[in-house]
Design a binder for this molecule. Structure first.
Ligand code: ZN
Length: 317
């Protein structure tokens, strides 16, 4: 897979900002411009990265000096922690996203990283996936406006539709659709070239979100992580979750733990995808739908650290 870096025009006044390689924390963002009107789709994981992105946008698109609107596609920090840098903008997200944002604040990740040397395998894992980012100094900046279901906006003469497609990746996933240009920004409803992670589920709802995208009249799809995509990538992700759900259910019935099931499910078709340790969270999310257990984020990170260590030993990490 070929990875781009930085800002690229993907349609008439529509931009995507790419961060290779799309793994943990390396998210994409978007910019919609018409005349002097601008809308930013997501900020990045820390202030340095977000500042660099905003500077590149200003160089390419002077109107982005004053961004009018920020849409956070979901609550994860790699799409929201830079919000404070977009001064004067109105920040919009779904109600569920706004509620969820306080759940994993920058202080939590900063604390985990600082404790990493004392946390054994979990610490090694956390240091690897979150170590490149700086979480100190970030002020959580939640949306000032929320919506539920759908919301139509105008950016200059362009119509921009916000469509709530979650809960799936998180509780409040939003798609940003620019129908006139047949472009869709998916947030983390689409991971391209890496395993997705279903923090919230239900997984069936993620499959439904993929079906919804496949029914839309769009040509260009900007994923939350990974390179520019089209519907083929959405089909692949739909097939992955449909398969994983049925395989996980069978192993739940057989009494396997999520880690045992994640090791047992054959995922050869997606062997080229990175971040394979996320399979254990996707299995755990299917299990949760069946038995109601509610693992917290640290438990899920611990399970991923275990699976990651096993995959590294096998040279598959
Ligand atoms: Zn993300």
């Amino acid at each position: 897979m070929t990875y781009e870096r930085g800002l690229r025009e993907v349609g008439n006044g529509l931009y995507a900002y790419f961060q290779p390689d799309g793994s943990w924390g390396w998210s994409n963002a978007g910019l919609v411009v018409d005349g002097e009107s601008t809308l930013l789709v997501d900020t990045l994981f820390d202030l340095r990265l977000t500042g660099e992105m905003l500077a590149e946008m200003r160089r390419a698109v002077p109107a982005s000096e004053r961004i009018e609107t920020v849409v956070n596609t979901h609550a994860n920090g790699d799409h929201t922690f830079g919000n404070q840098l977009v001064e004067g903008a109105r920040i919009l997200a779904s109600e569920r996203t706004a509620e969820e944002m306080a759940g994993a604040p920058p202080e939590l990740l900063a604390g985990l990283l600082e404790q990493a040397p004392n946390l054994g395998r979990l610490g090694e894992y956390v240091a690897r996936i979150f170590g490149p980012f700086e979480f100190r100094g970030i002020t959580l900046t939640p949306p000032g406006e929320t919506f539920a279901g759908e919301l139509a906006l105008r950016v200059g003469g362009k119509e921009v539709r916000l469509i709530e497609a979650g809960p799936a990746h998180t509780r409040g996933d939003t798609l940003v659709h620019v129908p006139g240009d047949r472009v869709l920004y998916t947030g983390d409803i689409l991971f391209h070239g890496g395993h997705p992670i279903a923090w919230a589920g239900p997984v069936s709802n993620w499959v439904a979100a993929c079906e919804r995208i496949l029914a839309m009249d769009v040509d260009v799809i900007v994923p939350g992580h990974g390179p520019l995509a089209d519907k083929a990538a959405v089909r692949e992700l739909r097939d992955y979750f449909a398969y994983l759900e049925s395989e996980a259910r069978a192993r739940h019935a057989a009494g396997m733990t999520p880690l045992q099931a994640a090791r047992d499910i054959a995922l050869d078709r997606w062997a080229a995808w990175g971040d394979a340790e996320r399979v254990v969270v996707n299995v755990a999310t299917v299990y949760r739908e069946l038995d109601g257990a509610e693992p917290n984020m640290v438990e899920l990170l611990t399970q991923m650290a275990e699976l990651d260590a096993l995959l590294q030993q096998e040279g598959r990490g």
